[in-house]
Design a protein. Sequence first.
Length: 184
Amino acid sequence: MERPGWTPEERAFARRAVAYLSAQGIRQFIDIGSAISAADDVREVLPPEGRVVYVDATEPLPADAVTVDSDLRKPTDVLVNPAMRATVDFREPVAYLLIGALDAVTDDERPIDIVAGYAAASIPGSYVVISHSSTRTPEQVEELFGDLTIVALGLTGDTSPGDGAAGSDGAEFRPGGIGIGRKD
């Protein structure tokens, strides 16, 4: 599955989302479909006790990064990977970062089921972060959250993704949609 690297706007959104989620007490992040430059962004804003696992990375990552080479479209395969299980404690809340990762997933591949698969494996208090810059409308991106409660940065199609809660660096974000969903 071919995916482009993160845009500067996606990188800014990811940094704000990780900072926001860290402030909510999240310490475990699963960065799905990351690029090395984006991985550096995520690592820079992690809390000191934070951990991140990179799944289906589009570029090589730093040698000390925990990586899972598995197809992001198969949540079960991703989540049972030994490296994932050794790093992430699924008895605690986790945040899934799907920044641009669903852009290359077709409707026939059921992106809503992919998101639901990750969310189902998590305990309440976990989060899913989505940015989507391809052909889906903001309303279609909102549907990807399924039963998750959209919180914090909300969902937008053509405005800045912040209410100030996660910081503001002035970057504009103009994809099909962005959002953070919480499992209640």
